[in-house]
Every structure is written in C-alpha cells, then in structure tokens.
Design a protein. Structure first.
Length: 258
C-alpha cells in the first residue's frame, strides 16, 4: 500500500550523519507507527505511561516502540518476505523515476506493507508523470511476480489499493486529462469508473493496456536494479520498518539511469 505526500523537494559520526538523536528516534517511531490511527497511538502512549508509572520511572521511547510492536501480531515468515519485496519494488521504482523522496517503509503492520512517499511538485501533471505514477503503483505487483512467479491480492481489494488508484489514473488519462487515445479533447468525468468500464469494453481494454504497460515498465526497472532491489527487500525484512535515511542509503548505492 502506498501513502503519498507532496514534496517541494548520511557522518563522520553516527549522530552527525543521521541528525539529532531525538530526531532519529522520532523518525523511527513514526515509521513504526505507519498504518496506526490517532486513537491507536493515544492508547499505546497511555499504556506506556501506565507501565512506566508502575515501574516508578519516566516513560521511554522504548516503551512506546514496544507498545507499537505489541499492538500487532507477528507477520508469518513467508508473508513477511512477500511484503518486503512488494514494498521494496515500490520504493526502487519511485526512486529510479525521480518522483520524490521515500519517507519510510513498514511491513510490521499485520495488515500488509506501507510506504510513505513524497512527490516533487514541479514534475506533476504531464503525461510522463502520470505514466511514471502508474509504473510506481504497479511496481509492487511486478516485484511479487519477479520474485515468486505469482502475485497476491495485496495490490487490490480496496478503494485505496494500488490497483484501484492505478485504474483511476489510467481511466482519467483516457477521459478527463487530455491524454486519451480516442477523443482526447473530450472531458468525460464519472464518479464510478468501474460502472463505466463494465459498460464500455473498448475503453476497458485501453485502460487495461496502460496498466499492463506500467507493469512491464516496473518489472524492467527492477530487473536493471536487481542488486538494489534485493538489498532493500532484505534490509526491510530484517528491520521491518525503515526511515528515510535508511532507505536512501541503499537506494543511492544503486543509482543508475532508469
């Protein structure tokens, strides 16, 4: 699953490279907490404070992190690998296409993986940008197919899923953004793309072709950057949550033209 944010956009000692130690810890906790609601976090902090009070000591960051981890069931070994490769696929392609920063990755949610990515606002709204977005969104599925020769339902199943968002973008490219292969100047919005696609098989074929092309582009990028892709997936499997600095260190090591 991909969370997004816009972006107007490591030591002679460990602290100098990564910044203020408190900032490092806060980034780690924020990455760990991806996928939790505000109510979840409030409850975890209350429980951590109660635990510290019973121990007659001050609350620590470790108490909060332990509370976050304890809020989630352990992810089975095989599923953890699938989550790691899926999210690494998104991150590698996002970075390769220079869409923006990768703020964090998390496979410790018990409900699938999460990645938080930003976008350079100066690069948005062109045809290339939308095609890059489709490629990034389909990259998790491409990663699963490359590594396991079969895909899970993790890319779909919900209105905010990778497939749902990619389908909406491809639909809008055909109907509202002026990039369609048929009547591109017509503005034809609709609140329910699924209903339109069910009634218009030719449109559905064009939208699907865009998604297939994006899937192939994502797979090509991951093959070209296989060492980086594998290294990031392994690091994410081990750590289960990685902040921006940890992700960037691996991605930057494998930089080459997309």
């Amino acid at each position: 699953m991909t969370a997004t944010q816009n972006s107007n956009t490591v030591e002679t000692t460990a602290v100098a490279q990564q910044g203020n130690p408190v900032d490092v810890i806060l980034r780690r906790l924020a990455t760990r907490a991806m996928g939790l609601t505000g109510a979840d976090i409030e409850r975890i902090i209350r429980e951590a404070r109660l635990k510290a009070r019973r121990g007659k000591r001050a609350i620590t960051y470790e108490d909060i992190e332990e509370g976050i981890r304890g809020n989630r069931p352990p992810v089975p070994y095989n599923l953890r690998w699938r989550f790691a490769f899926h999210e690494a696929g998104h991150a590698v392609v996002h970075h390769a296409l220079d869409l923006g920063p990768v703020r964090g990755l998390n496979i410790d949610t018990g409900q699938g993986g999460y990645n938080l990515v930003g976008f350079h606002v100066w690069a948005t709204d062109t045809r290339d940008w939308y095609e890059h977005m489709l490629t990034m969104l389909m990259a998790g599925r491409a990663a699963e197919n490359l590594m396991f020769k079969r895909v899970s339902s993790g890319s779909g199943g919900a209105d905010d899923s990778d497939l749902a968002r990619a389908t909406r973008i491809a639909f809008d490219m055909e109907r509202t953004l002026g990039f369609g292969s048929e009547h591109p100047l017509l503005y034809r919005p609709h609140r329910d793309p699924g209903a339109v696609l069910d009634r218009a098989p030719e449109l559905a074929a064009r939208v699907h072709a865009r998604l297939e092309a994006a899937l192939d582009r994502g797979a090509t990028i991951l093959r070209r950057r296989r060492p980086t892709f594998h290294a990031l997936a392994k690091a994410l499997f081990d750590a289960q949550a990685m902040d921006e600095n940890a992700v960037l260190q691996i991605l930057a090591d494998g930089d080459l033209p997309p």
